[in-house]
Design a protein around this ligand. Structure first.
Ligand SMILES: Nc1nc2c(c(=O)[nH]1)N[C@H]1C(S)=C(S)[C@@H](COP(=O)(O)O)O[C@H]1N2
Ligand SMILES: [Mo]
Length: 222
């Protein structure tokens, strides 16, 4: 059974308190920070690390870690929500706002671009409409709660897209590809929704069934 199937086949958690509508439907609150990803945690030599921008209508460019760290730094405090049904309130991330990154790097979004593919190690990708990355709370994050991200949570750099399910928040971020039409990324090809709005419960690409309440409880935490 694949992950989408497994999640579809289980019971919906019995969380009655929505904290005044703050907790999205079908989610359970956790205080711990679960760790979820495919494959091994990558290791890096930061002097060789690069973030790439490429795609239709744009000249390919890349940025070193040092260049990014010299850009304006911002802190956001946001709730995060994973499709496996955990939510965590008030997470403080520090990094570079995507909007500031575009400005500092003088990147003009190609007029033909409607969507972006976001790439992370190892071979992870996920798609987003461009306007979702142009919100003021989209962050290229390097720190969590005042400390560098742990390698398992995406150090040296991860994306934070708070308004969508957390699979869009690519860990070990390596690149952005501008696209003139939508294309599915890793989980979107594997049964999950192409967009992933947490309050509309856009979990799956197929019909909506239940999710295993304890899927995430078997994972690592820190
Ligand atoms: N590069 C990469 N990023 C990834 C993933 C992955 O497998 N590889 N998994 C995604 C999923 S499904 C989730 S729920 C979150 C989990 O982030 P966390 O481990 O910090 O909680 O990372 C997302 N980003
Ligand atoms: Mo996930």
């Amino acid at each position: 059974m694949n992950k989408a199937q497994r999640i579809k086949n289980s019971r919906i958690p019995d969380q009655k308190d929505t904290f005044g509508g703050r907790l999205p439907p079908g989610q359970t609150l956790t205080e711990k920070f679960p760790i979820l990803h495919e494959g091994e945690v990558p290791e890096y030599d930061l002097t060789k690390w690069e973030l790439s921008i490429f795609g239709e209508g744009i000249k390919s460019r890349s940025f070193t870690y040092e260049e990014l760290m010299r850009m304006p730094q911002s802190t956001i405090v946001k709730d995060i929500h994973c499709v496996t049904r955990w939510s965590k309130f008030d997470n403080e991330f520090k990094g570079i706002k995507f909007l500031d990154f575009l400005k500092e790097a003088a990147i003009e979004i190609p007029p033909s671009a409607t969507h972006i593919m976001i790439y992370g190690d190892h071979d992870y990708d996920t798609n987003l409409p461009i306007e979702d990355l142009l919100r003021d709370d989209i962050l290229l994050a390097h720190s969590y709660e005042g400390k560098p991200l742990t390698p398992k949570h995406g150090w040296p750099l991860r994306l934070i897209v708070p308004h969508l399910y957390f699979w869009k928040s690519v860990k070990w971020l390596r690149g952005f590809e501008f696209m003139s039409k939508d294309r599915n990324g890793f989980w979107e090809k594997n049964g999950f929704h192409h967009y992933g709005d947490v309050f509309k419960e856009e979990r799956f690409s197929g019909e909506d069934l239940d999710i295993p309440e304890d899927e995430w409880k078997k994972k690592d935490f820190d």
